[in-house]
Design a protein around this ligand. Structure first.
Ligand code: GP9
Ligand code: MN
Length: 634
């Protein structure tokens, strides 16, 4: 028992291995992780290691065995508690803990009563590593001595630790490009970088935005407010309230770009249903409408729609600023008595939607748990669009009216794969398999939208609704320019790339009879005021950077997140100015005034978001709450 000749650092190695293995077992027993291939399995196994080497490695600096052993035990207890807290949280919310959630006490409302029911005696096993370490210390006397290591050896140890971290990040980057800039969902983060690194990353993101918020000065809002007020436009009298008291249905059409509309692919119509809408008497079809999203893709388009502000340049605002005060379209409509909800059969934490939707005052999120997804109903990223719209209409039929329902389609997502039976047209024949499949998968989504309209009619929801459908962002990136050149039969210049950022927008108002093509240059930032005016909801006090597209005063000026823009006359892309009519490059001078305004507008939007400035704004009165800002500053 009293044996003292354990190899040096036995306790360190034991602690690392015990916690590592324990964490890996917890992955498989406590969280429902989708592991799709061997590489993901390897990453999962590897990912706790770098952090554990680091945190336990600090024990190498201790001189007394007692203090060192205490450090190791306490560390193992804290790490176990973190993992255990996540496991319990997961039982409730099928999600990992994130800092903002800890401060949203409403979350824990239902937790209190049933917490006892989801804590089991067997949970003691979450602390197995702690037990092993204590036993080894107490009875096996494994850590009775300290042998100080040379600084050079210690340095080598931490270099190896860093190397393992980079190996981990490198493998994750191959598996999931842009993992850290786009964040995606918490499951993906934990799956790739492990629970410990995930929490560090979360702390980093949250404290960064917290610091910017603390530094913000409420008086910044004065200038922003002046800008917003001076760019405000009046509603179009004829359109104001055309859809008053109707249900609002908004459909986000995944990766749909305008170039497929009223176009064919080797003789096959790509979007027959949407094409018919472009000719329809009840539909306004916007053919010069642009997406304005950044890294946050779909979630950025949702952000633009709900807030009429720009998303952020550096990451997904849904992740970085879910703790902010917003005045969303859902909030406005909720106050008008609408039942506000989003329908999207995906993991609820994807794009941090579960948390962000609460900040946006969306009353209910029908995520994948609200759907029955049989094996034949799923392809690619998840539930197929046709069963999705069918089940969604069933859900909508039971909703209190008027409702504001937002549907987010999914099938037409990169890599655009389909089951055989859903391929309604052949593939294209370019060198890009992505583009080749894109047409097929767009064709499938078009079919789903047709089914959606039919079902709405069948359930009696159609006549009393207004249906707005928009493409969320591009589907074909510039990596496929060669193939696109073949399809479009022209060279893709930066000017053409900018014009390819057009996504279709349909504003369909059953029985209105005045539909037509709208060629007004406009963007996703304009959706909210346009929709609210159609519903007869005032927006003159809203803090917004978009404007009603039906208004005679609407300005033809769309700013992209990267500072590029399009007006009716000019296109600014790739640092060059182009004539919008001819596509020919012209003197930069013509674009300069707009370049400055684009920078200014993006800057104002960033200021609002980074400084969380809407907390200083009273939407009811349009007053700036500067006194409160000063109070908070103190
Ligand atoms: C995921 C879906 C797709 O839920 O909205 O997101 P994307 O990758 O297009 O941003
Ligand atoms: Mn998308």
């Amino acid at each position: 028992m009293m044996k003292k000749n354990w190899p040096t650092h036995s306790i360190l190695i034991l602690a690392i291995v015990a916690t590592w293995i324990k964490t890996y077992i917890v992955y498989h027993t406590s969280f429902d992780m989708d592991i799709e291939n061997t590489m993901q399995q390897v990453i999962l196994f590897l990912n706790p290691l770098s952090f554990l080497l680091f945190i336990y490695g600090i024990s190498l600096f201790f001189k007394s065995p007692k203090a060192r052993n205490r450090y190791i035990v306490i560390t193992s207890i804290i790490l176990s508690a973190i993992v255990y807290a996540n496991a319990v949280f997961y039982r409730f919310f099928t999600d990992f803990i994130t800092i903002p959630v800890l401060f949203q006490t409403s979350n824990f409302g239902d937790l209190g009563s049933s917490a006892a029911e989801s804590i089991f005696l067997t949970d003691i096993f979450y602390f197995t590593d702690v037990a092993i370490i204590i036993i080894a210390l107490k009875w096996l006397k494994i850590g009775a001595e300290v042998k100080l290591v040379k600084p050079a050896v210690r340095r080598a140890y931490f270099v190896i630790t860093a190397a393992i971290l980079f190996l981990n990040l490198g493998l994750s980057e191959i598996e999931r490009p842009q993992l850290l800039t786009r964040s995606f969902d918490r499951e993906m983060l934990v799956k790739n970088i492990g629970p410990y690194n995930y929490h560090l990353y979360d702390i980093y993101i949250q404290s960064k935005s917290h610091a910017q918020r603390a530094l913000a000065d409420g008086s910044e809002l004065v200038e922003v407010n002046n800008y917003v007020r001076s760019n405000q436009v009046d509603a179009n009298e004829k359109m104001y309230g055309v859809a008053k008291d109707r249900n609002l249905i908004v459909v986000s059409m995944e990766s749909l770009q305008s170039f497929v509309i009223n176009n064919d692919m080797n003789g096959h119509e790509v979007t027959p249903f949407l094409n018919s809408l472009t000719q329809d008497k009840d539909t306004y079809y916007f053919s010069n409408f642009y997406h304005q999203t950044g890294l946050g893709k779909t979630s950025d388009s949702e952000f633009l729609l709900e807030n009429s502000l720009y998303p952020l340049g550096g990451g997904a605002v849904f992740f970085t600023h879910s703790g902010n005060t917003f005045h969303s379209m859902a909030e406005s409509l909720g106050e008008e008595g609408y039942y506000t909800n989003v329908l999207h059969p995906n993991n609820k934490s994807f794009w941090n939607r579960d948390i962000m939707y609460r900040a946006l005052d969306i009353q209910k999120y029908y995520d994948e748990q609200s759907y029955v997804v049989n094996e034949e109903d799923a392809v690619n990223w998840g539930m197929k669009d046709i069963p999705f719209v069918e089940q969604s209409v069933d859900l909508m039929a039971d909703m209190p009216q008027p409702f504001y329902s937002r549907l987010i389609t999914l099938t037409n997502h990169h890599p655009f794969t389909l089951d055989e039976e859903d391929k309604l047209i052949p593939e294209y024949d370019s060198n890009s398999n992505t583009l080749n499949r894109y047409f097929q998968s767009v064709r499938y989504m078009d079919e789903a939208l047709k089914v959606f309209f039919e079902d709405l009619k069948e359930k009696g929801l159609y006549d009393n609704s207004i249906i707005v459908m928009y493409g969320d962002h591009y589907g074909i990136s510039e990596n496929h320019n060669k193939a696109m050149e073949q399809y479009l039969e022209k060279e893709i210049t930066p000017y053409e790339s900018a014009k390819l950022q057009r996504v279709p927008l349909f504003v369909h108002i059953p029985n209105s009879g005045e539909g037509k093509e709208m060629t007004e240059t406009s963007g996703q930032i304009d959706l909210r005021p346009t929709i609210l005016h159609a519903l007869g909801v005032e927006t003159s006090k809203d803090m917004q950077l978009g404007a009603d597209m039906f208004s005679e005063e609407h300005e033809e000026f769309v700013v992209f997140r990267d500072g590029g823009f399009v007006t009716d006359k000019f296109v600014y892309a790739g640092n060059a100015c182009y004539d919008n009519a001819t596509g020919l490059q012209i003197e930069i001078d013509s674009c300069q005034p707009y370049i400055d305004r684009a920078t200014q507008e993006l800057g104002y939007s960033d200021q609002i978001i980074n400084g969380d400035l809407l907390r200083f704004y009273d939407l009811k009165t349009g007053n700036l709450l500067l006194d409160e800002a000063i109070k908070e500053d103190k």
